[in-house]
Design a protein around this ligand. Structure first.
Ligand SMILES: Nc1ncnc2c1ncn2[C@@H]1O[C@H](COP(=O)(O)OP(=O)(O)OP(=O)(O)O)[C@@H](O)[C@H]1O
Length: 584
């Protein structure tokens, strides 16, 4: 129950709803428990009449009718209260489910990039959906039936002891056996349920990955292999599920067996005591009713225990994520103004998971409003510099200063709001082109959206689509070409109008003519903005104020285009080679 303690705050939040629910439940059970008593009285009246103790038939009939009316009235009221009980407690569980999902979602938003690399999307989805559903069962049915059972048990047993303690002892004899069996079974169910949830996460993650990469799978013709892998995993999950259900299936037969035993005991011991003249016939009828009224609550003990065990297992998985502290924290609550001067001072950075030192003692300074271009072979650390400026990671040694302040001391939201980032792989949401561009500025007018698209040299393509800016982009923008996606991604960054613009090799999928047009536009837009361009092409970087060349995480050359073409080295070689390619 340790993991579930985390949820006590929600009980506190909805305490009034819970309290009303409890009162209603108690009232409904009190009413239901009036019925066996009335049955006893009715049987006794009939017995007294047959034994000749009472001889006035009209009085007997009137008493019986009175009892019947009371039984119907109590049953109707109990039913109405049961309806109200569901309205309060089950509705409370739905509200808590909603709150918990929001809490997890907000935590997902806070978590750093590293967390997403370590955990699969399917698993994240599973915890926020499947696991939360299991936890909801604890708030709703488990609590409702527990209160139900507790009231029935306490009230019925007190009543039974008051009538005949000896018969009650015999009737309740099978209960300790039941409790022990339930306890043992619940432990088994808990273990198996955790395994089932883990397999469900694996299955979801596998399916999610397959659907995301479906075009690759199809083009490589490996659908069959993927199906076999999925099939194997699904079979394993099925086995684990069957194991779980085998344990769960034992519950009801066990309950029915032990309740049946109680019934036999009531009839046998009750019959003997009736013959002895210790109890009336009505008591046997009343006890049989109690035993049967207790059947469901006793059966529910097992069910509730397994719900609580499963909820505990699920909440443990949810807590793992909720308690995960984001590595990148906002250390500055006060707003920070970002103008755009960027300085790297002896920055060294190693990726935790791969242990690759991507940057080694890198230093440079870029004044506000200037353009820096970064060139270098693949894997030399270009994107890493960009990632560090957006504070997707924190540096190991050295420091990054923005306008003279250490980046870790700036308000994280303000920093990211001031960066327009175009990643290497353009990502578009399943939404219209317009909304994909507007993502950079929620309040942008149509004119502003069009201007951004014109600057990114994509407007002429968009208006050719049947629905223009309202064209729906499929998941990951599958209906657009790579170059079109890149340009929409550029428009999204431009419309944000940030002080720092970052283009991470985002013109790789467009031809050199288009590149030239976009670069000219960007030159105008980014006049007063600090701009970083990562590229493999000299044509993209030649107008930059400073160009740095990276090799294996170190800066090996630094200077303007004119300076670097006159020095032997990487840049000059690249320039000559690309010049030659152009001529060919
Ligand atoms: N998210 C990551 N986790 C772990 N290691 C990474 C990660 N990203 C990059 N690396 C490693 O860090 C090194 C530098 O990568 P980086 O992406 O900065 O290079 P790059 O110059 O941008 O390459 P490219 O031109 O291919 O985009 C590489 O060796 C890469 O394997």
């Amino acid at each position: 129950m340790k993991a579930l303690q985390y949820l006590n705050k929600y009980f506190f939040k909805y305490k009034y709803r819970l309290l009303i629910g409890i009162i209603i439940t108690v009232a409904s059970k009190f009413l239901a428990l009036q019925v066996p008593q009335l049955i006893r009285q009715s049987v006794n009246i009939a017995e007294d009449y047959t034994n000749g103790i009472v001889s006035d038939l009209p009085i007997v009939k009137a008493q019986l009718l009175n009892n019947i009316l009371l039984i119907v009235g109590a049953a109707l009221l109990a039913g109405f209260f049961t309806f109200l009980m569901r309205q309060t407690i089950i509705v409370m569980s739905r509200l808590i489910e909603f709150d918990l999902k929001n809490e997890i979602y907000q935590q997902y938003q806070r978590l750093s990039l590293n967390f997403y690399k370590q955990n699969q999307t399917g698993d994240l989805m599973n915890r926020i959906s499947e696991d939360v559903s299991k936890v909801r069962m604890y708030f709703g049915p488990a609590i409702m039936y527990s209160i139900n059972m507790l009231v029935l048990f306490v009230v019925a047993i007190i009543k039974m002891y008051n009538i005949d303690p000896i018969l009650t002892n015999y009737t309740l004899l099978p209960l300790p056996i039941l409790s022990i069996s339930i306890y043992i079974l619940s432990r088994v169910i808990n273990k198996r349920s955790t395994i089932v949830q883990q397999y469900l996460s694996k299955l979801t993650a596998n399916a999610q990955e397959t659907f995301s990469g479906i075009s690759i799978l199809k083009s490589y013709g490996i659908e069959h292999k993927t199906m076999v892998e999925f099939g194997t995993l699904a079979n394993e999950a099925q086995d684990k599920n069957i194991n779980l259900f085998k344990a769960q299936a034992l519950f009801f037969p066990l309950m029915i067996l032990l309740i049946g035993l109680s019934n036999i005991l009531v009839i046998y011991i009750g019959g003997m005591r009736y013959i002895e003249g210790t109890i009336s016939l009505g008591v046997i009828a009343e006890f049989i009713m109690y035993v049967n009224m207790l059947t469901w609550p006793v059966a529910v003990v097992g069910w509730v225990t397994s719900i609580v065990q499963q909820a505990e297992a699920s909440q443990q998985r949810i807590n793992e994520f909720l308690k995960h502290e984001p590595e990148i924290k906002n250390n500055q609550e006060q707003p920070s103004t970002i103008e755009g001067t960027i300085e790297f001072k002896n920055v060294t950075f190693t990726y935790d998971d791969t242990n690759i030192t991507a940057l080694k003692n890198v230093s440079f300074k870029l004044e506000k409003g200037k353009t820096l271009a970064i060139l270098g072979n693949t894997g030399s650390g270009k994107s890493t510099i960009i990632n560090l400026i957006a504070r997707l990671y924190d540096v190991d040694t050295g420091e990054i200063l923005i306008d003279g302040t250490n980046i870790e001391q700036l308000n994280l939201n303000n920093l990211r709001q001031n960066i327009g980032f175009v990643p290497q792989e353009a990502f578009l949401f399943s939404d219209t082109i317009k909304n994909n561009i507007k993502f950079g500025d929620e309040n942008a007018s149509n004119a502003k959206i069009e201007q951004a698209a014109k600057d990114a040299y994509i407007h002429h393509n968009i208006i050719e689509f049947n629905k223009g800016y309202d064209t729906y982009v499929g998941e990951r923008g599958v209906t657009l070409s790579g170059g079109q996606k890149q340009r929409i991604s550029i428009a999204r960054a431009i419309i944000k109008n940030p002080n720092i613009l970052i283009f991470d090799d985002c013109l790789s999928a467009v031809d050199t003519e288009t590149e030239e047009i976009i670069l000219n536009n960007l030159h105008k837009i980014s006049r007063n903005k600090t701009t970083l361009i990562v590229s493999h092409r000299v044509s993209s970087v030649k107008n930059a104020d400073v160009i740095i060349i990276l090799e294996d995480g170190k800066i090996i050359q630094k200077g303007s285009h004119n300076e670097l073409v006159n020095i032997d080295g990487y840049y000059k070689e690249l320039y000559e080679q690309q010049l030659l390619e152009k001529e060919i």
